[in-house]
Write a protein that binds this ligand. Sequence first.
Ligand code: SF4
Length: 343
Amino acid sequence: MISTIYIEEAVASHPRLADLLRRYPAAAQVGCERYGEVFNRKAQNFRLQKQNPALIAARKHQGRVLPSPPEYRIGEGEGYYFSHLLNCLYDCRYCFLQGMYRSAHYVWFLNYEDFAQDIRDLSAKGPSWFYSGYDCDSLALDPVTGFADFALDLFAELPAHANLELRTKSTQIRALLAREPLPNVVTAFSFTPEPAGKSLELKVPTIERRLAAMVKLQQAGWLVGLRLDPLIYDRNYEDHYRQLFKTLFESADYRLDASKLHSVSLGAFRLPKGYFETMRKLYPNERLFAGPLEQRSGMVSYPQALEQQMIGRVESLLLDYIPAEAYFPCPVPNADSDQHDAA
Ligand code: SF4
């Protein structure tokens, strides 16, 4: 439920704003010149705002579609990321957005057409992947934003070498199921094992609900991917990942067809040091931040030996189910790269 809507002057008469205001007629409306006045204000408390975030309707003027770090690419050609939304409906304790932004308010960029033109221009240069879901979850707020429908219309008209990844932990797949599948769109779902999910992924749909959404998409002919990033350690992590894969690939009700998975990637838990410190201050009692962790090249992560052990063991469990060609390990990024793939 959104109780306050900030409206940037540039979008005050935008048709998407009119739809939003119709959806939330009781919300207080507050005008602002630029969204940064509200979003970047000093002395905000992310944790408090997260309890009742406002929505800021804004226009993204520049830097709409940016090169993605090479280590996050899963396909041929150039890689780009973009975000129609900043922040997320869900509340994952490891989410780097808490460390990156001062505010937990949602910023919704309404000028989709400008994003589309940037994507058209970049895709005209050759094979390319466009990753959505770095500064938000691609689909969690889709009933409000209508983003998926717009993006699918766009990628339906683009050349086949222009690919879209929608990264999500959501089950909001109506827009996809309502149309014929597109061969250049992959919906990639993120998972951690149940114990980690229960303690760290607040408000996220259960594994079973996400699995059901994935299987429905697969059965309708859509490409789906699996993202195991970040890998979360606890003493029994190997058993927990074994159980997760059993659920995903062997459940009686919904079972992924491993042979048709577009891509599977995994990556270690990692955060830029500055974000980590901010997050630890927000949640001083959070067990995740107590370790075992160390700092390497400006990033906070599990000690290298443990990280390698986890990647090796989870990878080995995974390869019992999936074809090797669908597997894309996430290399450890350098300190200059932010932690991406928020969803
Ligand atoms: S990790 Fe992804 S799903 Fe979780 S809060 Fe961040 S953006 Fe949302």
